[in-house]
Design a protein around this ligand. Structure first.
Ligand code: PMP
Length: 396
């Protein structure tokens, strides 16, 4: 494997630790070192590792078979749960990753509108598909693109993607003024989850108004943010998208993605129609993922979400107080159960990450942390103590 890994985010210098076991909110590496798991496989394991209810659901399904080439009862049940939970979702289809969920939502928008161009958020992330991972670097003086950051993405993609700045209402209006009739969809996270940046109410409402007014669709990516509220962030902000992409928590830890939304839009996939848009996938809706996903969402009640959001606040407050009182150069931002630690100097953050590993805390090298349901206040207090030790080690 190039650089010894199969996923860019898995790497950090000098080399990542090799994890071997997980139990609740603890992970253990091949040398037997144990860490409090503040990453939960990049937010997907909201119930931690080896949750007994999820394991039992998967074990039951193992006795019945892994995957079938037909619709299954479990797919229908998870579809019903999602339609009941997320305000925009009248119909849903399953995929194998969040990336694919996004891809198919955009394909639906293009098929429905007959238009090709999409508006994305600069610096946003929606998976590894060309059209949403292509990021233009913009010359701030001329406002013109200077180069594509991602090598390997065809330049033709440039003509299809219009990047705008998050929360820049005038910028979004400008794009719709000049190109509104060519736009199939605006795709955005209603909170940039892994960066803990909230969309302003005005930006969300403007995106809703402009898309409706021009015949484009509004697509929310709730792959990460579905963890923040029982009905996703869309249930909190009074702005309902036409389509939503999902992943991570809806699969109970197994590979998953989904997309859903308005019935008239999802009808582009109605296989009974001669011009139906094909949506294939050998493992779409496989039994293990559906069983784990149902168990995961069942466990994830509104109360449970409130509890882990509260633990997120508690952790953020504790870390902030600790960093500030000791004069350490770290800032903490937090939305619900998601936290981000940042530093002015990239080296400081890299050092803190390695030092946190020595103190038994596993977080993302770029400072992302999240709360999982096996945690309680005691665990969070231990994380704060260990992070104090980790930061203190750097200061000496
Ligand atoms: N959208 C967002 C907001 C994400 O954070 C991610 C992955 N972290 C994806 C989409 C892609 O999901 P996957 O990795 O399952 O393809």
């Amino acid at each position: 494997m190039p650089a010894g890994n199969t996923r860019a985010a898995a790497f950090f210098p000098p080399h990542p630790v090799i994890l071997a076991l997980g139990e609740g909110c603890v992970v253990e590496d091949v040398d037997g070192n144990r860490y409090l798991d503040l990453l939960s496989n990049y937010t997907s394991l909201i119930h931690g590792h080896r949750h007994p209810v999820i394991e039992e659901a998967v074990r039951l399904q193992l006795d019945r078979g892994l995957v079938f080439p037909s619709p299954t009862e479990l797919q229908g049940r998870l579809a019903q749960v999602m339609c009941g939970r997320y305000p925009s979702v009248e119909q849903v289809r399953f995929t194998n990753s969040g990336t694919e969920g996004v891809m198919m939502a955009i394909r639906a928008a293009r098929a429905f509108t007959g238009r090709d161009r999409i508006v994305t958020i600069k610096g946003g992330y929606h998976g590894s598909w060309d059209q949403v991972s292509s990021q233009q670097e913009i010359d701030e003086t001329t406002g013109r693109p200077v180069r594509w950051v991602n090598r390997g993405i065809p330049t033709a993609v440039r003509d299809l993607v219009i990047p705008v700045t998050y929360n820049d209402v005038a910028g979004l209006e400008g794009v719709f003024d000049t190109q509104g009739e060519e736009i199939a969809a605006v795709i955005m996270e209603p909170v940039i989850g892994e960066q803990t940046v909230l969309a302003t109410q005005e930006f969300l409402e403007t995106a809703r108004r402009l898309t409706t007014g021009s015949g484009a669709l509004l697509v929310f990516d709730e792959v990460v943010t579905a963890r923040l509220a029982h009905g996703g962030v869309q249930s909190l902000r009074g702005v309902t998208p036409d389509l939503t992409a999902f992943g991570k928590i809806i699969g109970g830890g197994l590979p998953v993605g989904a997309f859903g939304g308005r019935e008239d839009v999802m009808a582009v996939f109605d296989t009974r129609l001669p011009d139906a848009v094909p949506h294939h996938g050998t493992y779409n809706g496989n039994g293990l993922t559906m069983a784990a996903g149902l168990a995961s969402l069942d466990l994830l009640t509104g109360d449970e979400i409130e509890r882990i959001n509260g633990l997120g606040r508690h952790l953020a407050d504790g870390l902030r107080e600790m960093f500030e009182s000791a004069g350490y150069p770290f800032r903490v931002s937090q939305v619900g159960s998601l936290l981000l630690t940042e530093a002015e100097a990239a080296d400081d953050l890299a050092d803190l990450h390695l030092s946190a590993l020595l103190s038994g805390v596993y977080m993302a090298p770029r400072g992302l942390m999240c709360i999982s349901t096996p945690m309680d206040e005691g665990v969070v207090d231990t994380v704060i103590e260990r992070m104090a030790e980790a930061a203190g080690r750097l200061a000496v």
